[in-house]
Design a protein around this ligand. Structure first.
Ligand code: 3HC
Length: 319
């Protein structure tokens, strides 16, 4: 009879060998619960993240931009589905996760609680928000839980399109009129710091980083990922001809990094705790969409049950 100690030793050996833990493998409850928390939050972020962008589908400046934005928003829905599917392999249902989100018992990324006030915001989201998400998600391709790592491979491919279409929106504005350049700068001013907040609190303040790194759920820490994002993004801002809204931003020759100022952690935690600019609207909209879609889920379930009934009677006849 295999003891818990044997199971733990096998788990530790798999993690230590940098191999993947799969759904049927034994895993410590803490590992399972951390993954359910993080993957659910990731999935919720993808779905809630559709709202700020969808706000501009009917107001896109050209048919081509409208088509691109529709494709991007649809991609985010697909990312949510991959991630909910990965979470379900851990023994939790999609309905449970929706209920936890609607009751404020699970989170989504702080970044989606900011309003999209102009078309330039759609470009800034693609460039900065999807850009930050890519830095994080490339790291997560190496996460120790198999289904999560594999979901990231497909998501990262689509995210790079998202970031590029965002940057191309901003390039057009940068080459435009004075008003368009002012709109561009205004969007960067509003989205820069919330994008840095996406990576979470400083490592010293992080509840989960140490254990998540030990379990190889996280492969790079919050602060190191944030620094990678800043280092890659500042030169892009210079090419765009926009100011980064940080008077302390400077290049540190010794380290080769762009050093930046202090994040407003009061704003971050207020937003995480539900008191951000748009938290209430986002959750109310999400709840309404869930309720309005109940008939679709019921119809699909009725069809599936009927179809299952038919296939089981067919297999009885065939037997
Ligand atoms: N927004 C909301 N909550 C956040 C947060 C953020 N930006 N950053 C951290 N938190 C929460 C954590 O959930 C945790 O709270 P909890 O214990 O109640 O869950 C607390 O703050 C402490 O933070 P930790 O750093 O200890 O938490 P993690 O180890 O989970 O690290 C993370 C935070 C780096 C965001 C990690 O959860 C992660 O990598 N998640 C997966 C990626 C993800 O969710 N990205 C969100 C954006 S997805 C996206 O942008 C889609 C794209 O298509 C646009």
């Amino acid at each position: 009879m295999t003891s818990n100690a044997d199971f733990q030793a096998a788990f530790d050996a798999t993690i230590g060998a940098d191999e993947k833990i799969e759904p049927r493998d034994w895993m410590p409850d803490g590992y399972r619960n951390t993954l359910i928390r993080q993957i659910a939050q990731h999935a919720h972020s993808e779905i809630i993240g559709m709202q700020p962008e969808a706000n501009w589908i009917t107001r896109a400046p050209t048919l081509q931009r409208k088509a691109i934005l529709i494709a991007k928003v649809q991609d985010e829905a697909g990312h949510g589905l991959y991630l909910y599917s990965a979470a379900e392999t851990l023994g939790v249902s999609r309905d449970e996760l929706q209920d936890l989100l609607h009751r404020g018992k699970q989170k989504y990324s702080s970044i989606f609680n900011y309003p999209t006030l102009s078309w330039a915001d759609i470009g800034a989201i693609g460039w900065l928000v999807d850009g930050a998400a890519i830095v994080n998600q490339i790291m997560l391709q190496g996460t120790s839980y198999g289904p999560y790592a594999r979901a990231m491979v497909r998501i990262c491919k689509e995210e790079s399109f998202h970031a590029r279409q965002g940057y191309s929106i901003l390039m057009r504005l940068a080459e435009g009129t004075e008003e368009q350049r002012a709109m561009l700068q205004d969007a960067v001013n509003r989205w820069w710091w919330p994008s840095l907040m996406m990576f979470g609190p400083h490592d010293s303040e992080s509840t989960h980083t140490e254990q998540s790194m030990e379990w190889r759920i996280k492969r790079i820490s919050n602060d190191d990922l944030r620094q990678m994002f800043v280092d890659q993004t500042v030169p892009q801002a210079h090419y765009l001809g926009v100011e980064i809204p940080d008077p302390d931003l400077h290049f540190d020759e010794d380290s080769g990094h762009w050093r930046f100022g202090d994040i407003d952690w009061d704003e971050f935690w207020a937003t995480v705790k539900g008191n951000g600019r748009m938290n209430r609207e986002r959750i109310a909209h999400k709840r309404k969409a869930w309720e309005d879609g109940a008939w679709v889920r019921e119809a699909a379930q009725a069809y599936a049950d009927k179809h299952a009934g038919r296939t089981s009677s067919m297999s009885e006849e065939a037997a």
